[in-house]
Design a protein around this ligand. Structure first.
Ligand SMILES: Nc1ncnc2c1ncn2[C@@H]1O[C@H](COP(=O)(O)OP(=O)(O)OP(=O)(O)O)[C@@H](O)[C@H]1O
Length: 251
């Protein structure tokens, strides 16, 4: 399932679905090891697009799982809107249901549900594949369907966990353009986990770099949209992020 409609008991709902996300002093430990999230503070404003970067094991997925309610909040506070949706690296479509049925799973069924599924599928460029079985979709189409399934819930907060990591470079670029357009229209708060610095710069208002469960860098991305790789400021911001990730341009 890719959507959690009610916050779990230990997550405080933000005021009337405002879209604001607040994390204060969030600490997460597994067994007796060092904290994976270490007194983490983070705020995402309503409608803001934040990219979350960090080396493997820095705690990105753990933070996302905690925000989505899949992991408990054991130390610290989390507040987020009631209506959230999550898209993962793999689409998680149910193979025994048609694409359109997957989109409205757990929602109103019947003719209205089918029409609504058709609308969002159209919006993600998959209007012609509603009757298809998920296993017949390409990787890019599957992720479009996963986005449609998230959007149909009109989330105030959308979490994307490396949603395009398994796609080829060209498909990934198309999906990034799709997400940029969807976000412009829907304006929900977004947290995008990515390893791709350019993806962060193409899409986000801010890039947050995690290191050992703490925020190492919180970089505003003040570039006009639509973003272009050849914007001279793009290279400068890329260097800052690569530095923060411990990867240097000349490595
Ligand atoms: N259920 C678990 N039990 C024990 N350790 C865990 C569990 N989940 C995550 N960890 C550990 O927590 C640390 C952070 O993991 P997490 O998946 O959040 O990192 P990440 O930044 O998302 O990494 P990646 O970029 O590789 O996906 C890792 O050291 C991982 O082994």
């Amino acid at each position: 399932m890719n959507a959690i409609s009610q916050p779990p008991a230990n997550i405080i709902p933000a005021e009337h679905n405002s879209g604001a996300v607040t994390v204060q002093g969030l600490t997460r430990r597994f067994s007796n090891g060092p904290p994976v999230l270490d007194r983490l503070d983070l705020t995402i404003a309503p409608g803001e697009f934040v990219a979350l970067l960090g080396r493997s094991g820095s705690g990105k997925s753990t933070l996302l799982r905690t925000l989505s309610g899949l992991d408990p909040v054991t130390e610290g506070h989390v507040s987020r809107p009631r209506d959230v949706a999550v898209v993962f690296q793999e689409s998680r479509l149910l193979p025994w249901k048609r694409v359109w049925q997957n989109i409205i799973l757990g929602q109103t069924g019947g003719k209205a549900g089918r029409e609504r599924a058709g609308e969002v599928l159209e919006e993600v460029g998959l209007g012609h594949r509603g009757d298809a079985w998920p296993l017949t979709l390409s990787g890019g189409e599957s992720q479009r369907a996963a986005l449609a399934r998230a959007l149909v819930r009109e989330p105030a907060f959308l979490m994307l966990d490396e949603p395009f990591a398994a796609l080829d470079a060209l498909t990934r670029l198309r999906m990034q353009q799709l997400v940029a357009g969807l976000w412009t229209r829907h304006r929900c708060a977004v947290l995008l986990v990515t390893h791709d610095v350019d993806e962060a710069l193409l899409l986000a208002d801010r890039a947050v770099v995690l290191e050992s469960g703490r925020i190492r860098t919180d970089l505003p991305i003040p570039l006009d949209r639509p973003r272009r790789h050849d914007d001279p400021r793009f290279g400068h911001l890329r260097s800052i992020l690569l530095d923060a990730l411990g990867v240097h341009d000349d490595d």
